[in-house]
Write a new protein. Sequence first.
Length: 389
Amino acid sequence: MRRAQLLLVSLAHFCVDSYATMLAPVLPLVIDRLGLSLASAGILGTIVSACNLSQPLLGMWADRMRRRWLVIGGLGLAAIFTPLMGIAPSYYTLVAALTIGGFGVAAFHPQVFSLAGELSGDRRAFGIALFIFGGTLGLGVTPLWMPFYAERIGLEFLPVVTIPGLIFLFLVWRWIPLDNPHLADDAPAQQVSGLSDVAGGLAIIVAVVVLRSVTGLGFGFFLAVLSKEQGMGTAAIGIPLAVYNISGVVGALLFGYLADQVTPKPLVWGSLALSAPALYAFLHMQGPLSYVALAIGGGLLLSSNSILVALAQELAPQQSGLASSLPLGFSWGLAGLALGPIGWVADRIGIAETLSWLVLLPLVTSLVALFLPRGGGRGGSRKIEGEQQ
């Protein structure tokens, strides 16, 4: 494991995912400022997530590039355009800024996940978990500082936060080996056909991630709205979302470590099944214990990220960029299409009731996870390294 370089790309991932999640913590403020319905607000989340549907195409392109320029370009687009949401004068201008920034986030991920896997050596699941730790930490910290920033400094000064992204862009360009050692010479159609032997396993992985992400994205996106509805002030509405996301950081890191030691499949379906009652309990509890239930539910629901990516890479080691994109942005993009309908339902029956039904979906997802392909553990990582050599 090349620790220093893995740390740097993990910090870049922290930066990109911070940009990717800037909207949700201040969504109630955006709704009030532009007079939006929950359905219209959900469409904003759908647009950001739908950009990730391009990740398989970007993954195929990434596998054919001699240098990983999408890491640099994606980081730049996310850093420059997403903070413009702070000065967007209208709904459609906001849509444009979020769309371009969203494509930057989508472009960044396929190549950088493949790169993180290579930098992890024979501890691929744990290395990817560390890398995801960086990104998910960004998701966890952003709900704490964004509402504070909006209240104390003002959203109109949000473009200032472009600067950290440009700094990381330079550091990655200067210190990370961006050459692609596993250049794919096949045409895109051949790259896709090369997955035919493992299409069934990849389809199950994608199905699990899509179903899990409908709950994960929907719950996280509207959690700040629920917090405001329950009477929390502007600076505090991001706290439940921060607890939820940071718990996901801890869960992903812990389960990524465990997946290198044991067969990972039971970790996936078990964590999904147990997340549902914990999140349901949070929605129907009050006081400090509700945050304990939220932390447990969020940690379990989001814990399988690195395991599912590692399984996909293990199934298709020669197309790791394309394989990584399927349980990442592509699946998240499909799940994000549900945000508009979730908001539409919430407009009619209330956000609390809608989320109470939504958190039961992981019970169904856990049943689908029973059909995941075997694999994982440190032996699976060694197998990938051997085939790539």
